[in-house]
Design a protein around this ligand. Sequence first.
Ligand SMILES: [Zn+2]
Ligand SMILES: [Zn+2]
Length: 272
Amino acid sequence: MQKFSFHTHSVFSDGKNTVFEMVEQATRLGFEKIGVSDHLSVHKNIIHAPSYQETKKISHQSFDEVVDICNKHAEDIRKAEKIYGIKTYVGYEVDYFTYNGWEEEFKDFLKKIDYDYLITGNHFLMSQNGEDIFDIWRFSNYSERVSENIKVYIKRHFETLQKAVRSKLFLFLAHMDYVQKIKDYRQEDYQQEIDSVVAALKETNTASEISTKGIRKFGHFFPSESILEKLIKNDVALIISDDAHSINELGSYFDDAEQELLLLKCNKRLVV
Ligand SMILES: [Zn+2]
Ligand SMILES: [Zn+2]
């Protein structure tokens, strides 16, 4: 039974509880350790993303503006570890962007902050050059604003996931089929793209999550069972995530996830 979560959020991004409350709850649940992985979404044009007004708090235009707040956040997490006495890690759920220069700036930024690990969770569709971004979260509200066929954007989204994985910066890939939030998305239309992401995970020895957030929101795990089967067949390591945005969500449905992995005969788990 997995007794830790490495995909959790605090008030630093869009979570409801402080890092102290999250770590305290982890000890209550008998967790061995916890990683706090708040959102890190830095894009030079993020203020033009359609849902910017709603996601302002977690959207940043440059890495320079987040160095200090990230280091202060890491300090809090280190403090929480001392107070509650369980191993605690500083992580980030990073939106990987593809415009020229982004990756270099990101790597530069990493040298300036205190952190332990990164996961990649991509929440945007983007234009060919990566300069214009559209939040998947509320896509149905403004779908007429994108200029190309939606399928082109979704295919590109899977390519972005692949690039993120191939950068080898990330411990695991979060919610691989996040695009299912888009109305009319049909997995059958993107088998080739999904297979390429799976191949990238396999080749780079990067893990994927099985997230119980799907159970809470859609009644099934993220990613879908057929993707989980592909991952397992390709020997990609899996980690159970709750994507907890509050103390109540921490460790939720982990028993069911264990059951699912047993059923799917998964025998490669991410060791952290
Ligand atoms: Zn996410
Ligand atoms: Zn998350």
